[in-house]
Design a protein around this ligand. Structure first.
Ligand code: LMR
Length: 338
C-alpha cells in the first residue's frame, strides 16, 4: 500500500480507537507536570541553514517556556533518515520535522512545484511564492495525513558535483547521479542523459567515495558540511533547482498543546524562520568560498549560452509533471518567480 494510503488507514484506526474510549493521550503529549517533548530529527550538519534554525528554535523555546517544553534536536541523521521522518511524524513518533520539500511527493504531487528545474532563479523568488496565497495553502495540504505545515525554511540553490567537468548537458550522459527519493528529480536527471539513483542523504558521502554513484546535486552548504567536495573533483554552479524544507508538526500533538504554549511556539518558530532564512544565502556563499579555497574541487561557472543549454535539456520535465502538480500552482509559482 502506498505511504499515503497506509497513513490514512492507520490514522483512521487511531481515531476509531479513541472514539471507542480506548485511545491513550495524544501522541507525544507528556503526563501532566512534565515538559512537552518535541523530538525533532533532521539529516544535515548543525552548521547548515537548517541546523542553525533547529538549534535556535530549541534554545528560544526552552528559554521562553522553562519547564514546559523540551526540544530534542537530532542532527546528521542520528535518529533517522529524512525519508523515514515523514512517516514517523504522521504516526507521532516524532513531533516536528524540517524535511526537504522534494520528499513529500509520496503524499502529494503538489510539492513537486518546488523541483521544476530552473523555475525559481533565486531564494527571493521562492520566498515570494511561499508567501503567496497558493504557497500558504500548502501548509494545510497534508492535514488529513496528520501533518501540519507551519513554516518553510530555505537551504539554497542546487549545484552539480561530478567526476568530470559538467559544462554542457552531454557531459552528464552515462553518469550515475544520486538524487533524493523523488520522481521529479529522477526525471530531471534522465532529461540530461544521466542515470538517477535515489538514495538517502546519510549514504551519499560513502556512495560518492566508493563510486556507487558518480555525481550528485546539492546546495553549497550541504556539499561543504557533508564533505562531498573531498570526493568529487569537479563542481558546476548551475543553480538549477531549490532545496528548502517543510517545517511540520504532528497535527494531533500540536492541537493537544495548551493554547498559550502553542501560540508562543508558533511565534518563536516564525521569528526563527525569518532569522534563518535571511542568513541561508550567506551561509551557502561562504561554504562555496571555503570549497573553492580548499583547492580540492574545481569550479565551473557556466556562460549564459551554456546555462541555456541546461535549461532547454531539462524543460521537458515541466510538461511531464505540470498536470499532476496542477496548472494553478505552477502558474502561481511562475508569476511569483518573475
Ligand atoms: C538531500 O537529501 O540532499 C537534502 O535534502 C538533505 C537536506 O536535508 O538538506
Amino acid at each position: 500500500m502506498a505511504l499515503h494510503s497506509r497513513i490514512r488507514v492507520i490514522l483512521l484506526g487511531l481515531a476509531l480507537a479513541a472514539l471507542a474510549g480506548c485511545g491513550g493521550s495524544a501522541p507525544g503529549a507528556a503526563p501532566s507536570g512534565e515538559p512537552y517533548v518535541i523530538k525533532f530529527p533532521h539529516v544535515v550538519a548543525p552548521a547548515t541553514p537548517k541546523g542553525i534554525m533547529a538549534q535556535r528554535f530549541k534554545e528560544l523555546a526552552e528559554e521562553r517556556f522553562p519547564g514546559r517544553v523540551r526540544v530534542e534536536v537530532y542532527p546528521s541523521a542520528q535518529l533517522m533518515e529524512d525519508t523515514e521522518s515523514i512517516e514517523a511524524l504522521a504516526f507521532g513518533e516524532v513531533q516536528m520535522i524540517a524535511t526537504s520539500l522534494s520528499l513529500f511527493d509520496r503524499l502529494t504531487p503538489r510539492f513537486q512545484v518546488f523541483d521544476l528545474p530552473f523555475l525559481f532563479p533565486n531564494l527571493e523568488a521562492v520566498e515570494r511564492f511561499q508567501a503567496s496565497p497558493a504557497g500558504q495553502e500548502l501548509k494545510t495540504t497534508l492535514v488529513d495525513d496528520g501533518i501540519l505545515g507551519l513554516q518553510f525554511w530555505h537551504n539554497g540553490m542546487k549545484q552539480f558535483t561530478g567526476p568530470r567537468p559538467l559544462i554542457e548537458p552531454a557531459d552528464a550522459r552515462g553518469l550515475k547521479f544520486r538524487v533524493m527519493e523523488s520522481d521529479i528529480l529522477q526525471a530531471e536527471i534522465e532529461a540530461i542523459g544521466g542515470s538517477p539513483q535515489k538514495m538517502a542523504f546519510g549514504e551519499v558521502f560513502q556512495a560518492l567515495q566508493t563510486g556507487t554513484v558518480d555525481a550528485q546535486e546539492n546546495t553549497w552548504s550541504n556539499i561543504y558540511s557533508s564533505k562531498f567536495y573531498e570526493v568529487q573533483p569537479y563542481m558546476t554552479e548551475s543553480n538549477h533547482g531549490y532545496i528548502g524544507y517543510y517545517v511540520a508538526v504532528n497535527a494531533e500533538f500540536w492541537k493537544s498543546l495548551p493554547e498559550d504554549l502553542r501560540a508562543g511556539l508558533e511565534a518563536t518558530l516564525a521569528e526563527v524562520t525569518q532569522w534563518g532564512n535571511e542568513r541561508s544565502e550567506a551561509i551557502n556563499q561562504e561554504d562555496k568560498q571555503r570549497i573553492v579555497e580548499s583547492g580540492r574541487c574545481e569550479l565551473t561557472v557556466l556562460t549564459p549560452q551554456q546555462l541555456q543549454a541546461w535549461q532547454e535539456a531539462m524543460r521537458p520535465v515541466w510538461e511531464e509533471f505540470r498536470d499532476a502538480i496542477g496548472a494553478d500552482l505552477v502558474n502561481a509559482a511562475i508569476a511569483a518567480a518573475q
